[in-house]
Design a protein. Sequence first.
Lengths: 333, 298
Amino acid sequence: MEAATQPMSTGGRPQLGRSPASRLPDQILRLGLTAIAVAVLALLAYFFVKLAIESRLVFEEEGILGFVFANNWNVAASIYGALPLVVGTLITSALALLFGVPVAVAVAVFLTELCPKRVRGSLTIVVDLLAAVPSVVYGLWAFYFLIPKLKPVEQWFADTFHFLPFVAIDSVPGPNYFIAGLVLAIMLLPIVCAISREVLATVPADLKEASLGLGLTRWEMIRTSMLPYARRGIVGASMLGLGRAIGETIAVTIVIGDSPILGHSIFGQGYTLAAVIANEFNEAAANPLHKSALIAAGLVLFVLTLLVNSIARLAVMRSERQSGRPISAGGGV
Amino acid sequence: MESGSLSADLLRPPSPRRRRTDKAMRALMWTATGIALVPLVLVLYYTLQKGIGALDAEFFTTDPTGNFLGAQGGVKSAILGTIEIVGFAAVVAVPLGIGVALYLTEYGGKGRLAQAVRFFVDVMTGVPSIVFGLFIYLVLVLAGTGGSTFAGWKGSAALALLMLPIVTRSSEVALQLVPNSLREAALALGAPRWKVVVRVVLPSAASGIVTGALLAVARAAGETAPLLFTATIVKATTFNLNQPMNSLPAQIFQDLKQPNDELVERAWGAAITLIAMILLLTLIAKVIQRRSRAKGAT
């Protein structure tokens, strides 16, 4: 570093000091970076306040609880009760977790523990590639491939297991909650898998070796030492996936069926908060109440994801602290 | 082992039942991995099969015509629009994100401001992309900022909001991995702080930062929702960021479900193009990551 010679050559000043002029770039950098960080905070605050202000109209009209829990979304009659949307969001996300998480965790265990070393790297990349397929392409594929292929299966399932709750339906429509849940499951798989993998990789080798040394089989070792150790991190990973599923818009918009009425079956058509915003925004531009209702839907969506993500971060952070290793989500989560 | 009976008990080979369970569970995990790969294979195969026919010279060199009947045109405006919108978003979000990450690792430390920034960057990561779109619509489109309502740069703004937390988080991780001894050595040699940051810390973390930025760009390139009401869907190619601008995801969304086979085929062709662009970015990112890990640099 040429800078090292500078203080020496400045004669009269103390040897290790630096002239005020040469300290200037330092202060500029420090102030500049701090300003950027503060600006990000300010932006986020503005973001929240703006959404809250713009959605006030509908909250005044329907009440906050009325908006979230009233089961009537009728644009023509200017009634905005978002319960069908909130429930639709929750149903599709829950289905996504149900289908996606077990597979994602199994894949993560497989990749960390069972997979031959030779193919591990490439297989990991291939699973990560699932995250690289854009949402709209999943929607396109689901609409033209998944829906027609699965319809007979869904109908058979609905007829055979009609005695189960929320399954019976006379005739399964193409787009429905189940399809949306399935697409979401595919989309959250790489996220949950990537974080679970990182968490599983933090399980100490002595723990695994001790289990095997005691004569446990591979699976027993996985079940009794790896999974319990990584439990919190896996829960966190699932919650992050859930957050993603709740906010996912376009793929769901394409396959949900656009029906703002609470479906009675998981094979019924429905709507989600995100999908309603994407679909109705154009027509709502001229109607202040409708527009405000959609912004309120966005706000509810934001609060939902905020809750889920906070819980998730907490869980992942605890599991980080437990293992003392930072866990970074591989897929840019 | 001192107790003979205990060791005999411990060393007994697993019972057939336990061995069967072990085998079954291993098979189950193999199967799960297979199942996880099925959608990827199906999506790629089906998209290629449906869309490969649409890919000709005209597809890449003409704009959508919007005619009710007759030739429908290609997706030139959408490809260029995606590159422009995402490119501009990256130009804004990547330096900002790196700046925030630098603040967090080099200056903020464990201070209260740094903790708050960290928390809210995490919050931002979870915000659904459509909500960012709504926000930009309210703040920039309705207000007519820049003398336009819908405009390409407003789409970039929405995508930049989406990319910012991703870039920040991945850069922060990369910067944290730079050993403190490097910083201390440079400082001890008398280098001023800014020089340590610019000449030592950033270059050491470069591959990690680039990987994160590429992944953020790839993620943003596939986003549809925030573009629908910021840049909207138009037909003509434009290089003016202050005009409404087409993009590949928006074009796919528009063509899908249309009762016109040519439009649907164009959607599949556009899907191939988009996937190819994103896969390329992702693969480059992964290769850089892999190489730097192999080197042990990050």
